[in-house]
Design a protein around this ligand. Structure first.
Ligand code: CMX
Length: 450
C-alpha cells in the first residue's frame, strides 16, 4: 500500500467515529432554516452540505484543509527550480489534511506517472468528434468513455462491503486524475494543432508534463501548477462540486461523476466565465485599436456592458465578499512575469474601475474580482489563444478536489442525496399563513425591490 493510501486509511478510521456520533447522538440539532427566497433562489447560503476538504470564508476566501492559499503555496514541496508546488502534493494534502514531505510527494508523482497512459479507444472517441466541437463537451465525453475502466463499478457488481467503497474509489480517482492532462492536451492538439500531438514525458511531474504536452516552454509548467492548485476546490456547494457529489451519491463511479461535474462547470455563470472575460476584453482591445483606454473610456465600456443587460464577467461571487485570493495569486504571478502584457494592463485597470461601478449600480452583492478575471489572460500570454479551452484547464484542477471529496463521501458513508421539493401552491399557502400572523401588510422586510 502506498504511503498516501495508508495515511488516508488511517485518517478515515480516525474520522468515522466523529461522523457516526453526530448522526447517532445529535441528529436533531438544527443547523439552518430555509426561506422562500432560498428555495426559489438556488439555495443560496443554505447550510446543508458537509466537507472537511475546504472551507470558503466570505471575507478571507478558500482554505484547503485549514490552510489559506498563500500558506498552501508556501508549505507544499516544489520541484527543483520551480516557483510553484507539485500538484500531486496538493492532492496528498486534500486527501489527508497533512502537508506531505518531499519523498511522500515523489511517491504520488510516481503513482500518477504509472497510471497516465490512455486506452487507445479514448483517442478514437476524441478523433470521432466533429471539428468545432466545444472542448468541454469532448472532455466530458472522453471521461465518460473510460467508465468501463472503473474498478469501483466492477467490484460493486461483485459485492463489496460499504466500508470499503472508498478504496476502489481512490484507485479510480488516481487512475483518472493521472490521465486528465493527457486527455486535455490531446483534445487541444486535435482541435487546434491539426492533430500534432506531443507525447508525454514520464520524467516530469503533472504540471511540467502538461506544459510539455501543450508544447509551451517555462514558466508555463509553473502556470499549470498554479492553475491546477487554485482551481482544485471551493467547498461543496458550487455547481461543479455539488454535481460531482450528487451524482456520486447514487454510487455512480468517479468517471460518471467527474464527467457530470464538468458539464456543470461548462456553464457561463461558473467555469466558462474565464473565456467570457477574454471575449469581452478582446472586444475592447478591438474597439481601442490595441491602445490602452483611459480610465473614463474603461468606465464607459463597463457601463455599456451593464446597460445592455449583461454581467461583467470575472466579477462577483455567490459566497465571497472580497477580492478572491485566487485572483490575487494570479495577479502576483502576472506582476512578476508579464507586467507589460496588454491584456494584463486592461485587467489591472478593470480591478480599479469595476468595483465602484458595481457598487454604484447596487445589484451585485460582491463587486470584487473572482478567479476567472485573471486566469484567461495568463493562458493567452503563453500562447493558448483558443479561449474556449480555458474551462478544460479549470476542469483538470477542479477534478482534484471533487475526487478527494467523493473518496471521503464514500469513506464516511454519506447516503444518496435526496432533498424534498414542494409546489408553488404550498409556498403561497405558507406565505399567506405568515402574512396573517404578521403586522402591517404582512410582507417580509428583506425582499428584493423590483
Ligand atoms: N456584473 C453585473 N451584475 C452582476 C454581477 C456582475 N459581475 N454579479 C452579480 N450581478 C447581479 C446579478 O446578475 C443579480 O442580478 P439580478 O438581481 O438582476 O438577477 C444581482 O447582481 C445579485 O447577484 P448576486 O447575489 O451578487 O450574485 P449571485 O450569487 O446570484 O451570482 C455570480 C454569482 C458569480 C454568478 C455573479 O456574480 C455573476 O454572474 N458574475 C459574472 C460571471 C462570473 O464571473 N462567474 C464566475 C464565478 C466564479 C466561478 O464560479 O467560476
Amino acid at each position: 500500500m502506498s504511503v498516501l493510501k495508508e495515511r488516508l486509511h488511517q485518517k478515515i478510521e480516525e474520522w468515522r467515529p466523529r461522523t457516526q456520533k453526530l448522526v447517532k447522538d445529535y441528529c436533531d440539532v438544527v443547523i439552518d432554516q430555509v426561506t422562500i427566497a432560498q428555495a426559489i433562489g438556488g439555495m443560496r447560503g443554505l447550510k446543508s452540505l458537509v466537507t472537511d476538504i475546504s472551507y470558503l470564508d466570505p471575507q478571507e476566501g478558500i482554505r484547503y484543509r485549514g490552510y489559506t492559499l498563500p500558506e498552501v503555496f508556501e508549505k507544499l514541496p516544489k520541484p527543483e527550480g520551480a516557483e510553484m508546488p507539485y500538484v500531486e502534493g496538493l492532492f496528498f494534502l486534500l486527501l489527508t489534511g497533512d502537508i506531505p514531505t518531499a519523498s511522500e510527494v515523489e511517491e504520488v508523482v510516481d503513482e500518477f506517472r504509472k497510471r497516465r497512459i490512455l486506452p487507445r479507444y479514448v483517442y478514437e472517441v476524441i478523433d470521432a468528434f466533429p471539428s468545432f466541437s466545444p472542448p468541454m463537451a469532448i472532455f466530458s465525453a472522453a471521461i465518460l468513455t473510460m467508465q468501463r475502466e472503473s474498478f469501483f463499478a466492477k467490484k460493486y457488481q461483485g459485492g463489496i462491503s460499504k466500508m470499503d467503497y472508498w478504496d476502489t474509489t481512490f484507485e479510480d480517482s488516481l487512475n483518472l486524475l493521472a490521465k486528465l492532462p493527457e486527455v486535455a492536451s490531446y483534445i487541444y492538439a486535435k482541435l487546434y494543432r491539426g492533430g500534432q500531438r506531443i507525447q508525454s514525458n514520464p520524467n516530469l511531474d503533472m504540471g511540467a508534463n502538461f506544459a510539455h504536452m501543450m508544447g509551451i516552454p517555462k514558466p508555463y509548467d509553473d502556470v499549470s501548477r498554479l492553475n491546477f492548485i487554485i482551481h482544485a476546490d471551493h467547498e461543496s456547494g458550487n455547481v461543479s462540486a455539488h454535481t460531482g457529489h450528487l451524482v456520486a451519491s447514487s454510487l455512480s463511479d468517479i468517471y460518471l461523476s467527474i464527467s457530470a461535474m464538468l458539464n456543470g462547470l461548462a456553464g457561463p455563470l461558473h467555469g466558462l466565465a474565464n473565456q467570457e472575460v477574454l471575449r469581452w476584453l478582446q472586444d475592447l482591445v478591438e474597439k481601442m485599436d490595441g491602445e490602452i483606454p483611459t480610465e473614463d473610456e474603461m468606465k464607459q465600456f463597463v457601463w455599456d456592458t451593464l446597460n445592455s443587460g449583461q454581467v461583467i464577467p470575472g466579477f462577483g461571487h455567490a459566497v465571497l465578499r472580497k477580492t478572491d485570493p485566487r485572483y490575487t495569486l494570479q495577479r502576483e504571478f502576472c506582476l512578476t512575469h508579464m507586467k507589460d502584457d496588454l491584456l494584463f494592463k486592461y485587467t489591472d485597470m478593470l480591478y480599479k474601475v469595476v468595483p465602484p461601478i458595481l457598487q454604484e449600480q447596487g445589484k451585485a452583492k460582491n463587486p470584487w474580482p473572482n478567479v476567472d478575471a485573471q486566469s484567461g489572460i495568463i493562458h493567452w500570454h503563453y500562447g493558448i489563444k483558443e479561449y474556449e479551452f480555458y474551462t478544460v484547464l479549470f476542469g483538470i484542477g477542479r477534478s482534484l478536489g471533487i475526487t478527494a471529496n467523493i473518496i471521503w463521501d464514500r469513506a464516511l458513508g454519506y447516503p444518496l442525496e435526496r432533498p424534498k421539493s414542494i409546489t408553488t401552491d404550498m409556498l403561497e399557502k405558507m406565505a399567506m399563513k405568515a402574512a396573517q400572523a404578521a403586522p402591517d401588510n404582512g410582507k417580509s422586510k428583506n425582499c428584493k425591490e423590483d
